[in-house]
Design a binder for this molecule. Structure first.
Ligand code: AHM
Ligand code: MG
Length: 343
């Protein structure tokens, strides 16, 4: 296998199906259900990519209330992506329920279909406010084993800690489409070859570089951050003997996370202390923060809400929000130190 995140040599073509299946074979008692859920999510990624790459051409950019030339209601890309993920997974008998950023309640499996043993949580199209500007967006997902025995999935099945994730990943719709996932055995990245419609293993065994390069946060909100977060931000720019990191911020978390994973550094989205409507920040635990925290830990990095790993937080409701710091371990722990000392 090639070294950290380097590209596969020609002749070692591994499709995502083959890779997931080979990993399954390492677990002799596996039923294949998790493998198929992952494959269905990868298929959803291909379908969503086919829409995002057409975004400027098809009439999918407007709001839901707009009417297109055929007199049909125009659907937004995040809703299209949500439908694709739901429809590909609602009838397979592998899921007990789904959770989506797009839906306030649990997405139940329709009664006419059987339920299964996994729960799939997803943000179908994160960063969708960027679509109008042709900026990269992404799908984020996490898979848990259900807690209840059978029947329709319940809140207990959905409100599980990130620590109990069995697989998670994201699909980045950028200059190329990439599927990056972990099932607890390291992180692997696949690039979609549009000519053949297959995700090919391009970045095996991804590890965050030990020498960080960039910090990534929306500095436009700095005045609304706590003292600890502001001092940490000065530190990453060289104050008090801190490293001198460059700044990169796209505003589309999958893309910001992806760069952080490959360049080393830290991405953070802290609380806006003047926003009383969001006392815990903007990002959601179940389908944004936890899958990415899980991947970063699997890649040798760390994640925090400023005090502890988000993976240890018990979600109180489906759209539970949390502050988020993710990247190189030393940087995340330094952020925690500043927050502990200065708040
Ligand atoms: P969304 O789920 O509504 O797309 O919001 C999440 C996005 C993240 O992708 C990104 O990190 C963040 O919001 C950007 O927010 P801001 O514009 O406040 O910097
Ligand atoms: Mg989102």
């Amino acid at each position: 296998m090639a070294a950290n995140g380097t590209r596969q040599l020609p002749g070692q073509l591994v499709t995502i199906e083959r890779h997931i299946l080979e990993r399954q074979m390492m677990h002799p008692d596996a039923t294949g259900d998790l493998t198929r859920v992952l494959q269905d999510v990868a298929l959803a990624g291909k379908l969503i990519a086919s829409h995002t790459t057409q975004a400027g051409l098809a009439e999918v950019l407007g709001t839901t209330n707009e009417i297109n030339v055929q007199g049909e209601e125009v659907q937004k890309l995040d809703e299209i992506s949500n439908d694709i993920l739901f429809r590909l997974n609602d009838h397979t008998g592998r899921l007990a329920a789904m959770v989506s950023e797009e839906a306030s309640d649990i997405l139940h499996i329709p009664e006419k279909y059987p339920t299964g043993k996994y729960v799939l949580s997803f943000d179908p199209l994160d960063g969708s406010s960027n679509i109008d500007y042709n900026v990269s967006v992404g799908t984020i997902f996490a898979i848990h084993r259900r807690k209840t025995e059978a029947g329709p999935g319940t809140l207990e099945d959905c409100l599980q800690k990130g620590r109990d994730i069995v697989a998670a990943g994201y699909i980045l719709y950028g200059s190329s489409t990439m599927f990056v996932y972990s099932a607890g055995n390291g992180v692997n990245g696949f690039t979609l070859d549009p000519a053949i419609g297959e995700f090919i293993l391009s970045h095996p065994n991804i590890r965050i570089p030990t020498k960080p390069k960039y910090f990534s946060a929306n500095l436009g909100y700095q005045r609304n951050w706590s003292d600890g977060v502001r001092r940490f931000t000065e530190w990453v720019q060289g104050e008090d003997g801190g490293p001198v990191l460059g700044l990169r911020y796209i505003g589309s978390m999958v893309a910001d996370f992806h760069r952080t994973l490959f360049s080393g550094g830290i991405f953070y989205y802290p609380v806006n202390i003047n926003d009383k409507n969001r006392p815990n920040g903007k990002l959601r635990l179940l389908y944004e923060v936890n899958p990415l925290s899980y991947l970063m830990e699997q890649a040798g990095g760390a994640a925090s809400d400023g005090r502890q790993s988000p993976l240890d937080i018990q979600p109180e409701h489906l759209h539970h929000r949390t502050p988020f710091f993710v990247g190189n371990r030393e940087l995340v722990s330094q952020a925690e130190k500043f927050i502990e000392q200065y708040g």
